[in-house]
Write a protein that binds this ligand. Structure first.
Ligand code: MN
Length: 175
């Protein structure tokens, strides 16, 4: 049980690093596809999301934590932290970690909201957790607010109407 959890986690990390490098993840997937390299704004959102989540989980965020969470090398993390501080998204105190400013927190909460909605909807359709996670990490940066709102309303509807969800799921799942 414990070993399979570790293995699953490793697969998630590998997929995530493939994804961030913009490498084809066809070997990891049933259906081959190419993933585009991440835009700067997507990367910025990933950092703010990770910092917010780490702070919630641990109450403290170090560069090493971010490096682990995003699967990015420490020097890259350091330069991104400096960049985020320069843009006013976070305050960084040596030996005391970092914390998001109000504007950093606003962006982080927006990404996390998008993540939750997209993840719930994809999972509802019976997509496995790892695929749902990787896809959510991609889609969350690109979804239009109107589309997100519709996704959210659809997820609400399906949650409140389990019979409909069951019928949809049976229809979409390949047997
Ligand atoms: Mn996310």
């Amino acid at each position: 049980m414990k070993i399979s959890l570790i293995a699953e986690f490793a697969v998630i990390l590998i997929r995530k690093s493939f994804y961030q490098l913009g490498l084809p993840i066809s070997r990891m997937d049933a259906s081959p596809r190419l993933v585009q390299p991440k835009r700067d704004i997507s990367r910025l959102e990933d950092y703010l999301e990770a910092i917010y989540n780490l702070n919630t989980e641990k109450g403290f965020v170090s560069a090493a934590d971010i490096s682990d969470k995003l699967g990015v090398k420490p020097p890259t993390v350091s330069s991104m932290i400096a960049n985020l501080a320069k843009k006013g998204y976070l305050e960084h105190e040596k030996y005391r970690g970092m914390r998001l400013t109000a504007s950093g927190e606003k962006v982080a909460k927006s990404v996390i909201k998008r993540h939750q909605v997209i993840s719930e909807l994809i999972t509802m359709l019976g997509v496995d957790d790892q695929t749902a996670y990787v896809d959510t990490e991609g889609i969350e940066h690109h979804v239009h607010p109107t589309t997100l709102r519709r996704f959210e309303r659809l997820a609400d509807y399906l949650r409140e109407n389990p019979q409909t969800l069951k019928a949809i799921r049976e229809f979409v799942e390949e047997k």
